[in-house]
Design a protein around this ligand. Structure first.
Ligand SMILES: [Zn+2]
Length: 380
């Protein structure tokens, strides 16, 4: 497994910071510990070289099935813990085990059935998860190798296996890391976060019984995670960024819903969990603009943009937007182009930016080779 895929906690740093300072006394220590881990790992990740683009689709795999294993940490912090459920094993009574197993399965099914992608690395990566990590642990994370879920403290947070979009979000970081490893800083970092929200939400909409259209979906990330004593409905809202929660212990959802509210900050890796509200809402607007199931058009366009050779790992919102507009036209025609264009206009993101050429030298060589090859041999 590629360790470069990195560690991603579900709870953003600004929420942990507020919790560490204003939360219930017994939860402050845990929030501080996660903040320390986040900062150490993010600093390490910032200096590594950008990964090369991976394969977008596993075209040569006729059939694929998930290979899941769920472990129980038994309230310790040793990974992976004791194996409690392996692929195809008998059902168990522990609801956290069942939710983790089903969540990994739903995420696998989404990527395979919609994009023909065999697991997050497109090569059948086994999906492992550990539940009951630590005591009253208020977080979940993907550590580059597996998912890890805390039980939550029961006061502010429920068990972290409860939200399918959170599982989908975390595993999507693995996909993004493999397809186009958007640098986790500033706008490219916010795009990385937004990709995880987009595909995390699509996993939930796709797995719902019956499946949900863009109009029916709640567009919330982490619905069900906050207990009834918290003033809020989720960690984020893609439909209405900035409105997910407003609570004495957790603070207020800081996400802007357009470029007018763009937050310039050095916190949170340059606001990766904050400004992701802007591309999140653009996706929501595109999806509802198309209508029907969001993965059928908007999802394909966004994944097409992520996979596009035109997308650099340091892409800005405007560059990514321009690529989605081009993808929309290429995949679905002029009307689709207009829908995507309108979505980005609504959130104040330019789409007319000139794209940096990621392989200017290579492209030039290719053009010359093609021109030479097109000329009949021996022609004067
Ligand atoms: Zn994330």
């Amino acid at each position: 497994m590629n360790p470069n895929l990195g560690l991603h906690h579900v709870l953003p740093p600004y929420m942990l910071e507020h919790l560490a300072e204003h939360g219930p006394e017994h939860l402050r220590e845990g929030a501080r510990a996660d903040l320390t881990v986040d900062r150490t790992l993010r600093a390490a990740r910032a200096v590594r070289p950008a990964a090369r683009p991976g394969t977008a689709v596993a075209g040569d795999t006729p059939q694929a099935a998930p290979d899941r294993t769920v472990y129980d940490a038994q309230h310790r912090q040793n990974l992976p813990g004791t194996e409690v459920l392996r692929e195809g094993g008998a059902a168990v009574a522990d609801v956290a085990v069942t939710e983790a197993y089903d969540g990994l399965g739903a995420t696998f099914a989404f990527w395979w059935e919609v994009f023909g992608r065999n697991s997050i690395d497109a090569s059948g990566l086994p999906l492992d998860a550990t539940v009951h990590y630590g005591r009253d642990y208020d977080n979940a994370f993907w550590n580059g190798e597996q998912m890890v879920f805390g039980d939550g403290d029961g006061t502010l947070f429920n068990r972290f296996t409860v939200s399918l979009d959170v599982i989908g979000h975390e595993l999507a970081h693995g996909v993004t890391g493999a397809v186009r490893d958007l640098v986790y800083e500033g706008q490219s970092g916010a795009l990385n976060e937004s990709m995880s929200d987009v595909f995390g939400s699509l996993v939930k909409q796709y797995a719902a019984q019956p499946q949900q259209t863009a109009e029916q979906a709640d567009w919330l990330i982490g619905a069900g995670l906050l207990t009834s004593s918290v003033q809020g409905v989720a960690l984020r809202s893609m439909k209405a960024p900035g409105t997910a929660y407003d609570d004495p212990s957790l603070g207020k959802d800081p996400q802007p819903d357009s470029m007018a509210g763009y937050v310039d900050t050095t916190d949170d890796n340059g606001g990766v969990h904050i400004n992701s509200g802007i591309p999140n809402r653009a996706f929501y607007l595109a999806a509802t603009g198309f209508g029907g199931f969001a993965w059928e058009q908007a999802g394909r366009i966004w994944f097409g943009a992520l996979s596009s050779p035109d997308l650099t790992t340091t892409a800005t919102f405007a560059e990514f937007a321009a690529i989605t507009v081009a993808q929309a036209e290429e995949l679905f025609g002029a009307q689709a182009r207009a829908v995507v264009l309108a979505a980005w206009n609504e959130v104040g993101v330019e789409t007319t930016v000139e794209l940096p050429d990621p392989d200017a030298e290579d492209a030039l060589d290719l053009t010359e080779t093609q021109q030479a090859g097109a000329r009949p041999a021996g022609a004067q």
